[in-house]
Design a protein. Structure first.
Length: 318
């Protein structure tokens, strides 16, 4: 099979190297910067330096580009794509491009199925690409209108170059889950390192700092596009995070801290009272456990007597 990889950065370059290492497929490398393509050819990552005209020779085309650049590239050069060829992308968002790419596939006669390799590094470019980057990683396929034969072909291809898991989903579920598993952690990491304490972390930090801050070194152009194109699911995840930090969800707090039934006669419930609903339930539970002995309830709740009686009055529990 002839495979054209358009864009030879870390993701595209790793596809090229993995294909050459683990399969017998022929690789055509297409890149905006010629020197990068020449380097890929010299290193044996590709068999041929291609141009948009080379697309007519490809059975599979992997578009390793920014989301909108994928659409723009195919809009411009789609007439060169061989009829019946399979085209896929590697974008971190799908709702924004799948409808456009499906429309272009119908216009030019190729088959489009979205994909997303769940792998990467904190650095970018062909120089850090790796034939084993995808070893045991997850490969997400978003079929759009592609039939099962195309999905199966992409799945088999992904496994042949090292992917360990293949997940098939819709554009909507993809974007919702990626907002949680990928985009939210990047937002948190970028926000975390904006702390005025960050420049002085050396000597005070170890694994925790490293783990949280690791993905803050992002490609700002790419991630800005990903965030904006997937803003609704991302905002939803941020809202959930904020709600959890503020402990507004009583049921979740109960589950996490096992608020009901965790203390025996001599236990002290040492959890700060932060929400009205939770405060009321805890007070009622403490009164029940103490047989309405207010002094014992105060001990269980680990709050001041004055605060306790104020809450009783506030919630009309007297």
């Amino acid at each position: 099979m002839n495979i054209a990889v358009v864009g030879l950065g870390i993701i595209g370059g790793s596809f090229c190297k993995a294909i050459k290492k683990y399969t017998d497929h022929r690789v055509i490398g297409i890149n905006r910067t010629k020197s990068t393509a020449e380097k890929a050819l010299k290193e044996g990552a590709i068999d041929e330096i291609g141009t948009h005209e080379s697309l007519e020779n490809a059975d599979l085309i992997i578009l390793s580009m920014y989301p909108q650049a994928v659409v723009d590239y195919v809009s411009r050069y789609g007439e060169h794509i061989k009829k019946g060829a399979v085209v896929t992308d590697v974008s971190g968002i799908k709702r924004a491009i799948c409808p456009q790419m499906t429309e272009l596939s119908e216009k030019f006669g190729f088959v489009f199925a979205g994909s997303h390799p769940m792998a990467g590094k904190e650095t970018n470019g062909f120089d850090v690409s790796d034939a084993d980057l995808y070893k045991n990683a997850s490969y997400i396929i978003v079929p759009c209108k592609a039939d099962n034969s195309v999905v199966n072909m992409l799945s088999d291809f992904a496994k042949s170059i090292g992917f360990g898991t293949v997940k098939i989903t819709t554009p909507e579920e993809h974007d919702r889950m990626i907002a949680f598993t990928s985009q939210l952690p990047h937002v948190l990491a970028c926000s975390y390192v904006l702390s005025p304490c960050c420049p002085n972390h050396k000597g005070f930090s170890a694994g925790s700092y490293r783990d949280v801050s690791r993905v803050a070194n992002i490609n700002s152009t790419l991630w800005s596009e990903l965030f904006l194109e997937n803003k609704d699911p991302l905002i939803s995840e941020l809202d959930i995070l904020i709600d959890n930090i503020e402990e507004d969800n009583v049921e979740k707090i109960k589950q996490h801290h096992q608020l009901k039934g965790i203390f025996n006669d001599d236990d002290i419930l040492n959890i700060p009272l932060r929400t009205r609903a939770l405060e009321q339930e805890l007070i009622l539970e403490a009164l029940k456990r103490s047989d309405n002995n207010k002094s014992r309830a105060i001990e269980m709740l680990n709050i001041g007597r004055k605060t306790f009686y104020k809450k009783l009055k506030e919630y009309e529990l007297t």
